[in-house]
Write a protein that binds this ligand. Structure first.
Ligand SMILES: *[C@@H]1O[C@H](CO)[C@@H](O)[C@H](O)[C@H]1NC(C)=O
Ligand SMILES: *[C@@H]1O[C@H](CO)[C@@H](O)[C@H](O)[C@H]1NC(C)=O
Ligand SMILES: *[C@@H]1O[C@H](CO)[C@@H](O)[C@H](O)[C@H]1NC(C)=O
Length: 427
């Protein structure tokens, strides 16, 4: 039946994909049609939602809370979530922190701006309305929106900081307490729109402890590992419903000598993080990896970069399958538009390289659990862009590529892939 119907609906694009699945399986709940709102769980290397394996096609829009604060910019949040849902995307990664910067959620240690918290309430309520789940980041290793630098500054200003080093964020007991106060406040926040505490809200896909943690002052990795164990345990002591990930870039560290050659360079092994060791932490439910070949290799041609990207992605999925036995999420991947001779088709090729490997893994019940583009914006947001952001509906080839990936992953979830080789006909 599958093959027959598939042949009637060859690569006709998104509308026909939905129509096809809807017509053939009208009595099945299908995620383009109806939001799923159970908690995402993990069993071994896979995510499960409502009893079936769940593979993520999603994106990053870090700015949702910020843009929900003021009325004039608020429609962007709805527009983005609505567009994501239309593309069959299921998870959006965004910041649930802003420490001391403009529109700060946390104004100073333990002091929160209710106006901004309400903006985050809105983002969550709006995501729920569109059937999108949120991967919420809890602090930044980088300086944007405050980050660990702001925490260190606060401790210094209050005269209790042990050190002015940014890495004291990880080892200073006073700063650890600041961060725990923040964690507790966010996890137990009661949404003023839905009335649901964040820790009980299945709209939240998972928490992410820290964006791109590095602790270069201790290349052994012990300082960061100790912080991870303490903070992940603390999150779990408050919230047992949600999955937790770290936010790692994915570099291998000194405790993984056999993997060091996969790193983009020697520099990547001395940042104080270690993909294997950190991800093994029992309270970390799934791993995170970022993909930025343009930052990592300045002079490579596209095909060399893509070859490396394949190697990087496959290596981490192998780790998930064999060593970690946990799902592997590529929580950021971006292609720079400042590359020499940049063409949008190169970005499509980059996306496709990643998508195809994830699809192949998912089809075999492997650990490749999903990927999130860095980053999507709506029109008129130039000042929020970097050299990676796109408005995904501005280029139809890109839109189609992304939507087809959603469609194919949904098909696996819905049991529509019969055997190797005939899946191309699905969308
Ligand atoms: C996890 O998967 C295994 C193997 O498929 C199965 O036996 C087990 O019951 C599952 N556990 C849960 C909690 O669903
Ligand atoms: C902390 O990080 C910020 C941002 O990267 C940097 O400007 C500052 O110099 C750092 N502080 C120290 C003491 O290294
Ligand atoms: C993947 O898992 C599903 C459900 O547990 C099972 O029916 C299917 O045969 C598995 N596929 C492969 C390729 O192992």
């Amino acid at each position: 039946m599958m093959a027959g119907n598939g042949l009637l609906y060859p690569v006709l694009g998104f509308a026909s994909c939905v129509a096809f699945i809807y017509m053939s399986f009208g009595n099945l709940r299908f995620h383009f049609e109806e939001p799923k709102m159970g908690f995402v769980e993990r069993n071994g290397t896979q995510f499960f939602l409502d009893g079936r394996a769940f593979y993520v096609n999603g994106w990053n829009s870090y700015w949702l809370m910020d843009q929900a604060v003021e009325e004039f910019s608020r429609p962007r949040v709805r527009a983005m979530l609505q567009a994501g849902a239309k593309m069959g995307l299921t998870v959006c990664r965004t910041w649930a922190f802003n420490d001391g910067a403009y529109h700060a959620l946390q104004i100073s240690p333990g002091r929160f701006d209710e106006r901004v918290f309400k903006a985050l309430d809105r983002v969550i309520a709006e995501a729920q309305r569109h059937g999108i789940k949120l991967l919420l980041g809890l602090v930044n290793n980088l300086q944007a929106f405050g980050g660990k630098t702001q925490y260190v500054k606060w401790a210094w200003e209050e005269g209790i900081g042990l050190s002015s080093s940014n890495d004291s964020f990880f080892f200073d007991p006073s700063i650890r307490n600041y961060f725990k106060t923040y964690l507790k406040t966010v996890l137990t926040r009661k949404n003023t729109i839905t009335g649901v505490e964040y820790r009980n809200d299945p709209t939240i896909f998972a928490w992410e402890l820290i964006n791109e943690p590095r602790c270069i002052s201790d290349a052994s990795g012990d300082t960061l590992q100790d912080w991870i164990e303490e903070m992940a345990g603390f999150v779990k002591s408050i919230d047992r419903n949600h999955l937790l990930t770290l936010g790692l870039e994915g570099f291998y560290g000194p405790k993984s000598p056999e993997k060091l050659s996969v790193n983009p360079g020697e520099w990547a092994s001395v940042l104080g993080s270690d993909f294997i060791r950190n991800s093994k932490t029992s309270t970390i439910d799934f791993t995170s990896v970022h993909i930025y070949p343009d930052h990592w290799f300045l002079d490579q041609e596209l095909d060399e970069k893509l070859k490396y990207v394949s190697k990087w992605v496959i290596s981490h999925i192998d780790d998930g399958n064999t060593v970690l036995k946990k799902p592997v999420m590529f929580t950021e991947f971006g292609f720079s538009n400042t590359n020499k001779n940049f063409e949008p088709s190169q970005r499509d090729a980059f996306y496709k390289t990643i998508y195809d490997i994830i699809y192949e893994s998912a089809r075999k019940n492997g650990s490749g659990a999903g990927a999130l583009v860095w980053q999507f914006l709506v029109g008129g947001m130039e000042e929020y862009n970097d050299d990676f952001g796109i408005v995904p509906w501005e280029r139809s080839a890109t839109f189609k590529l992304i939507t087809e990936q959603s469609c194919q992953l949904a098909a696996i979830r819905n049991g529509l892939v019969k055997s190797k080789g005939n899946s191309e006909e699905l969308c």
